[in-house]
Design a protein around this ligand. Sequence first.
Ligand SMILES: [Zn+2]
Length: 567
Amino acid sequence: MEKYSALHFFIFCSIDLHINIFSKIKEKQGDLDSFERGVQDMEREQILTGHIYTANANMPFAEAMYCKDGVIQAIGLKQDVIRKADPGAVIRKVRGLILPGCTEGHAHISSTIDKLYGVNLSGGETVKEYQREIIHYITEHPNATVITGQGYRNGVFPDKGPDKNILDAICEQNNVMVPIVLQSEDCHSYWVNSIALKQAGFESETGWIHELDKNYFESILPVYSVEDYKKAILHYQDLATMYGITYAFEPMLSERKEYMTAIQAYKELAEEGKLHIYFRMAYPMFDGDCIEEVVAQILSLKKETRSECFEIIGVKFFLDGVIEGHTAYLSEPYADTPGDAGQCLWRLEELKKAFMAVEREHLQIHVHAVGDGALEMALQALEYVNEQVDITKSRHSITHLQVVKPEQIIRMRRMGIIAVLNPYWHLVSDDYYYQIETPYLGKERVEQEYPVKDFINAGIICTQGSDYPVTIPPNIWNCLGLCVMRKRPESIYPVHNPSQRISCQKALEMFTINGARQLFLDDRHGSLEAGKDADYLILNGDPFLLPEEELFRLQVEECYVKGVRVL
Ligand SMILES: [Zn+2]
């Protein structure tokens, strides 16, 4: 999915800033390495006092928490916790909020590889900036046999979209004769040069390639090694830890069929003890695949690679594309192109069979559905399965959910479907909302999009996903601000559909316990309760006390997993 370059610009406007963020990670890690042993011992057993959000519905707030050997021993009123602790346990008063580690419910972690080894176009606002980045990359990589990259925004090219002539001119001026294949920031289209078109045997007047035709270019993409993927995953882990993400879900993308390499990288990192985030994954399945074969492969991969920090838990189904590409599948046509409602990437009968096969093996279904047409297909297929087996405890999930009908929400609730929402995208860019979404969807539909509160009010388990690298960085505290305010503080426009604003507590519930539920981690994680692992964050402020605009500026000062400090 792709979106909102203004957001990117605001929070991540240059590669310099990117580098800056990573040098900060290094600094933090340096601090950590120099920790005295005594400090580590203290972390093993200590009482934290202050304002604690537990995410435990029976007792959402607490005054103190006693952790020992990586496990929460007691939590509640200060005097009770101290009474239960070993005599001599260190008491530490904390200023900001203490809360459980957070979950990223939908992030393309392996796609970091395109940022690490290709041209990084994220944050660029003009064609000139893109040209500069590509030329810079060519100069730095004179021996590259193919140039790839990610992050250009289709909206930067008004009318006709990105043009191959721009890339051809760069090649000519720099005397390079290699294919260029760049992926849009929403990962739903490519911008390629004439050499790439020729090598792929594909005809296009413009060099702007959509969704289904992207497959032609697979063979041109460079092949990355397990070591490359390990670097990419650790890169994401460093970045995500800065924002307090301790559990993350990766639905695999289809661009590179390097699933095995990426899975092997996770496996090796877990064996080497280098993962502190708990990663869970969904393996992709497409219409036309041999369903039984894919399911059998997933089951064997799951068994071979399963560890505490990594596990394949489900199957990812792409049902449609994105609104901005007119590829999201709507129940009614796009407002600006009568007769065109987008298209579903699965046939209903095939989808029913696939869902049934996945449910039968107790795997989780994870669906990409942007439009209400795609959601309808998913619901009909899920209802088909639910008629035969009770799926209400299977924790199947649907993500994006931009255009939905109220009755569809009720049907999701009935089957216990988890809604993996993307609050980062709620009117984060005025331009995007008024210049793309409004004309494409029409006023009525655009006003009803992303109905977060309706999902919550219906009793659905809601979680959040940044869709990284669509949203960079995956700053969950921006997400908190957007959930609560439903606009960026600097926006000059009125709040879009203010009835869908949610409270700080509801948002934190999404990020913590609900996220852990989505990943089947809630038995030991996601809330601060006696007996659960001591996975917690300390923020530099208390979101329950701060003015709404300040939520965007919250930072994670410390992050602990099993009582060990990882930030
Ligand atoms: Zn995605």
